[in-house]
Design a protein around this ligand. Structure first.
Ligand SMILES: [Zn+2]
Ligand SMILES: [Zn+2]
Length: 247
């Protein structure tokens, strides 16, 4: 996970290609995780910035747009040079851990403002314009949003559930991937699925660990995907939501 989770609540899920790229960097600072949180101040403007990996002197960031998941990039960014004016109770002056020229407050101001242990609600992309929706569609979007889901991710979760009922929870058949992973799972185009990272952040979906993850193959479509599977929390959520949604 990212170093702090006191930011704006936006999340991004690395594709297999991005994950492998960060994992292959020299002098890594951390083990690379698939899910990252934006570290900027809540309600900031512009793009979101999630810390990806430290490699020697280089700080790698995932820059992303919640409303347009295909707009995302790994960037090496220089750090912000700001330091807190007053020392904390240990005599240290906090140094901003964000990238230079970032939007919103410095990291030490955000941390002071929120305190430890605060849970940050995940941020979803904006709902479609209500004027473009029927009353039933508005109802369904509201039910899903209250559970922290977008319609696109809900449909993917339903598809996973359907595959589980068809192939069983353990399958090596799905999408032709020959693996030993407990699947069905979804080789999902993260770039296309709005709200997917938020569903992982809430534990509805999980990413298989590195040992059970398929290697990035020459298949460009798979490399630009994130592999996820339903969790018991996700299955329970589907069971709770299905009676609430209208046809
Ligand atoms: Zn953000
Ligand atoms: Zn700063």
């Amino acid at each position: 996970m990212s170093r702090v989770r006191v930011g704006c609540g936006a999340t991004v899920l690395l594709t297999l290609r991005e994950w492998e790229r960060l994992a292959a960097l020299p002098e890594p600072g951390n083990e690379v995780e698939p899910l990252h949180w934006c570290e900027l101040e809540p309600r900031h403007g512009g793009l979101h910035f999630a810390f990806g990996q430290q490699s020697g002197e280089d700080a790698w960031w995932v820059v992303f747009d919640l409303g347009a998941p295909a707009r995302r990039e790994l960037q090496i960014l220089v750090g912000c040079s700001a330091a807190a004016e007053e020392a904390d109770e240990l005599g240290d002056r906090g140094v901003c851990t964000l990238a230079a020229d970032h939007a919103g407050g410095h990291s030490f101001e955000i941390a002071l403002d929120t305190g430890a242990g605060r849970s940050v609600p995940v941020l979803l992309p904006a709902l479609p314009d209500p004027a473009a929706l029927t009353a039933v569609q508005q109802h369904n979007h509201a039910v899903l949003a209250a559970a922290g889901l977008t319609a696109a991710t809900y449909l993917q979760m339903e598809s996973l559930q359907h595959q589980e009922s068809r192939f069983g929870v353990i399958s090596t058949r799905h999408l032709g991937l020959q693996t030993n992973v407990a699947v069905p799972r979804l080789a999902c185009l993260a770039a296309d699925t709005s709200g997917l990272a938020a569903a992982v952040a809430q534990g509805y979906l999980a990413v298989p660990g590195p040992r059970t993850r398929p290697p990035v193959v020459a298949d460009a479509q798979l490399a630009d995907s994130a592999v996820v599977h339903l969790t018991d929390t996700g299955r329970a959520l589907l069971a709770r939501l299905q009676p609430q949604l209208q046809d």
